[in-house]
Design a protein around this ligand. Structure first.
Ligand code: HEC
Length: 126
């Protein structure tokens, strides 16, 4: 007798599988709530300031400085998303930490861009 159950189960598992792998492409989607600065600060302190502690170094950024971290949110989002920071050989963020940092950095980066745009418009009006 033909039993369709195994086929149906395999098909259903395939569907679920797709859904499970999808969010991994966008780590910031692992995090449901907007990540606030203090959490981003913890992650950057843990993984980034050992290199980014002094503006005079090749790394250019001093991420011990809160304002610097905020100002550079855009580049932080880019580098962490692309996987080029932290560099190979340095301790890597967990999946969730990565999602949290990108979540904060993308949002702060958008705020920065809007502020810079508003500022530029103000300057041309004066
Ligand atoms: C092992 C040392 C090291 C660690 C750890 C490290 N970085 Fe870097 N980072 C560098 C160096 C060296 C450069 C400059 C070379 C380059 O652009 O790749 C750099 C460049 C960057 C840049 C681009 C600078 C520019 O002017 O374009 C960003 C943004 C950045 N890092 C963010 C981070 C963040 C965020 C972390 C933590 C998640 C991190 N880095 C961890 C060494 C490090």
């Amino acid at each position: 007798m033909f039993n369709p159950l195994p086929t149906v189960l395999l098909f259903a598992m395939g569907l679920v599988g797709c859904h499970l792998t999808e969010p991994q492409e966008k780590p910031e989607q692992l995090v449901q709530k907007a990540v606030e600065f203090p959490r981003a600060r913890e992650i950057v302190t843990k993984y980034c300031v050992q290199c980014h502690y002094d503006q005079s170094t090749i790394n250019r950024y001093d991420f011990q400085d809160d304002q610097e971290m905020i100002d550079q949110a855009g580049p932080i989002a880019e580098r962490v998303r692309s996987g080029s920071m932290p560099p190979v050989g340095s301790p890597q963020l967990s999946k969730v930490e990565r999602g949290e940092l990108i979540n904060w950095a993308l949002r702060q980066g958008r705020i920065n861009a809007e502020e810079r745009k508003a500022q530029a418009e103000n300057e041309t009006e004066e």
